[in-house]
Design a protein around this ligand. Structure first.
Ligand SMILES: C[S@@+](CC[C@H](N)C(=O)[O-])C[C@H]1O[C@@H](n2cnc3c(N)ncnc32)[C@H](O)[C@@H]1O
Length: 339
């Protein structure tokens, strides 16, 4: 990927020049005048009373014997154990709000003509809408749950079949509720046929690919992507793989980016981890072992992984489950990603 033009480099954004990659222009140096998400304490000093929306560590009393036997019963299977919720996007979608609010923060320049990886793409709705709206050169959505990837591939054919073929306007919302043709067209006549791969067709839907795999365990595709999205997935990586797995995830993202690439993370609050600790014995053990807290991610990504700079983006008006959400954007140095 070509590096951002000099006048728009991340280093300059840190010094106050507006960032063209963001629709919401944050100023990570502003203090009290900043919106709430930018007053977050991202300090790694755990002796301080945590104030971060990323969460403080609740007290963890040792589990009782009865709790332990309940864990064993649930050990084998929990349907949402990886955050692999079905109907994730229709439940996420606010009433009357067509798009995922995160799309209002992610500027098209992060995606358009770029090679993009969406880690933990779930049923692909956001990946597909981003692909239709922002036209990446290629976007890969990967998810650990093969059933969700099956849905994502079906959604891709559906999105292609429902769109207005004569317009560049995207009339498909994140819940696939708004669209040009009615669903009944696809139900009655099937999906629109696509061109054979051998003809190397370009554009939507040919620029979207879905893969079923545990991304952490896949071979690292070095310097492959311009933009990597890791939205609402850190909790699941952390709870299944512990602190070491979480750190490996960040290093792997860095290595997978081309020089000048951008890593977009939407970290989940530590408080939200506790709700999942009874999902399995393994998760409980991981949860109890966690010392690397989400409010330390930013410093780790800058100091240990060696991303060159970062920016916080989000909207303090948007809340989910009573917590403000925000995105962290990390820029890789334009010259090299050797760590
Ligand atoms: C809460 S959903 C978030 C979906 C999407 N990223 C978004 O924010 O709109 C988390 C997704 O990550 C997937 N996931 C969890 N661990 C994964 C892993 N190791 N590799 C790939 N996908 C994973 C889950 O199956 C689930 O679909």
């Amino acid at each position: 990927m070509s590096a951002p033009a000099e006048s728009t480099s991340p280093e300059k954004q840190e010094s106050g020049v507006a960032n063209p990659y963001l629709k919401y222009q944050g100023d990570s140096n502003a203090a009290d005048s900043a919106p709430r998400h930018q007053r977050i304490q991202l300090s790694s000093d755990r002796s301080k009373e945590p104030q971060s929306v990323l969460g403080k560590r609740p007290s963890t009393a040792a589990g009782s014997a009865s709790q332990s036997s309940k864990h064993q019963q649930r050990e084998k299977f929990h349907p949402n154990v990886y955050g692999n919720y079905k109907a994730y996007y229709s439940s996420r979608r606010d009433k009357g709000q067509k798009d995922d609010p995160r799309m209002n923060v992610l500027d098209s320049s992060l995606i358009t003509d770029k090679t993009v990886l969406d880690i933990g793409c779930n049923s692909g709705n956001l990946t597909i809408v981003l692909a239709m709206k922002y036209k990446p050169a290629h976007v890969v959505g990967i998810d650990i749950d093969p059933n969700l990837i099956h849905s994502a591939r079906t959604h891709l054919k559906l999105a292609y079949s429902l769109r207005n073929p004569d317009s560049d306007e995207v009339d498909l919302d994140i819940g696939f509720k708004y669209h040009y043709f009615p669903h009944s067209m696809s139900t009655m006549f099937g999906f629109l046929p696509t061109l054979p791969a051998r003809s190397s067709p370009k554009g939507f839907p040919y620029n979207v690919e879905f893969k079923a795999d545990d991304w952490l365990k896949t071979p690292t595709e070095k310097e492959t992507y311009d933009t990597i999205l890791a939205l609402s997935i850190t909790k699941w990586i952390h709870l299944h793989n512990g602190d070491e797995g979480m750190k490996e995830f960040f290093h792997k993202a860095y290595q997978s980016l081309k020089p000048g690439g951008i890593f977009v993370v939407e970290p989940q609050a530590y408080e939200s981890y506790a709700r999942r600790r009874r999902d399995s014995e393994h998760i409980k053990a991981m949860y109890d072992s966690i010392k690397f807290l989400p409010d330390q991610f930013k410093d780790f990504l800058l100091n240990d992984v060696h991303f060159a700079s970062y920016e916080i983006a989000g909207d303090s008006e948007n809340e989910q489950n009573g917590m403000a959400w925000f995105l962290l954007l990390f820029w890789l140095n334009a010259y090299s990603n050797c760590s």
